[in-house]
Design a protein around this ligand. Structure first.
Ligand code: TUI
Length: 307
């Protein structure tokens, strides 16, 4: 399938893998790119040296284009921005902030840049700043989220900018893909479905929680402190929300979540770890390879779009 995004990025299918902290490491990124989508290494909160290693390992596994996601709250974001240029990465996505200060360097290096936006205002600002595309991410997503839904955000962003829009949040199969195209998107980004890919290194316990999740099993923590994070309900979220309701200061809450994503992804701690996942988790029922997933989504979407 050809769209403005497949042309822009030089990929076969307009499916981009979310740059999930801890989860999106080189095995997953290379597998998605090899399957014809765009694999992404999630820099998350990692040091720049780790990101450089991940980029080099991905290059060993695939000759196809792949990208790096810069989580802009990372204290080493400045160094990571440089590593991306030095290593000749072709695509950058960003999250949790405004990447404005890095754009000149990235564009000078010929990198394609697609920031995640959660509002029309930021989408327009990013277009003016010269990015190649925007990822409009709805509140259905896992992890750090904005407040608008994918259904409302995507068409409003499409109407507001002339650059291609990638839809994210609540998309995990051919129906969601086709719906995103109907809203005017040129590609989709998926996270939760890729967490349970066969090539994903995420702990089995975490994968099982996603596979067993129902429609309303996710919860948003951090609402009161301006850092809303969607994750599967567990002991951690119950404690967090109880403290939040009691008016606990940010530092105390931060202490609860510090290292909690690593605990879930690496150690498989589903009780006190942060099981970031989108609302679509209720629909993710099977562990498949990235190639199987992408083939299934594209086949279903193509038959729906022909109707
Ligand atoms: O970034 C994400 N998702 C993430 S980042 C992350 S790591 C983390 N862990 C705990 C707490 C906070 C972060 C886990 N999941 N998605 C992209 C995204 N970006 N969603 C929303 C935004 C966003 C929000 C506000 C982007 C820009 C923005 O405003 C920018 C500004 O400064 O105007």
């Amino acid at each position: 399938m050809k769209t403005k995004i497949t042309e822009l990025l030089g990929i076969e299918y307009p499916i981009i893998q979310g740059g999930m902290a801890w989860v999106a490491e080189y095995h997953l990124a290379a597998a998605v790119s090899e399957a014809g989508g765009l694999g992404i290494i999630g820099a998350g909160g990692a040091p720049a040296s780790f990101v450089r290693e991940q980029i080099r390992k991905t290059k060993e596994l695939t000759k196809k284009p792949f990208g790096v996601n810069v989580m802009l709250m990372n204290p080493e974001a400045d160094e990571i921005a440089k590593v991306i240029v030095e290593e000749g990465v072709q695509v950058v996505t960003t999250g949790a902030g405004n990447p404005g200060k890095y754009l000149a360097d990235w564009k000078a290096a010929g990198i394609k840049v697609a920031p995640v936006v959660a509002s029309v205002g930021l989408a327009k600002m990013m277009e003016r700043a010269g990015v190649d595309a925007v990822i409009a991410e709805g509140t259905e997503s896992g992890g750090h989220i904005g407040s608008a839904t994918t259904m409302t955000l995507v068409p409003q962003v499409v109407d507001a900018v002339s650059i291609p829009v990638i839809a994210a949040g609540g998309i995990a199969d051919g129906r969601g893909f086709a719906a995103a195209m109907m809203l005017g998107a040129e590609a989709v980004q998926m996270g939760t479905r890729f967490v349970v890919a066969k090539e994903s290194i995420v702990h089995e316990n975490y994968k099982k929680k996603i596979l067993a999740a129902k429609d309303i099993d996710s919860e948003v923590t951090g609402m009161t402190h301006g850092h809303p994070v969607r994750q599967i309900r567990n002991n951690m979220t119950r404690e967090y929300i109880k403290l939040e309701k009691a008016g606990a200061p940010f530092e105390e809450l931060e202490h609860l979540t510090l290292g909690a994503l690593r605990k879930a992804v690496v150690e498989g701690d589903t009780v006190n770890g942060t099981l970031m996942a989108g609302q679509i988790a209720g629909m993710v029922k099977e562990e498949m390879t990235c190639a199987e997933m992408i083939r299934e989504i594209m086949t279903q979407a193509e038959s729906l779009l022909k109707r």
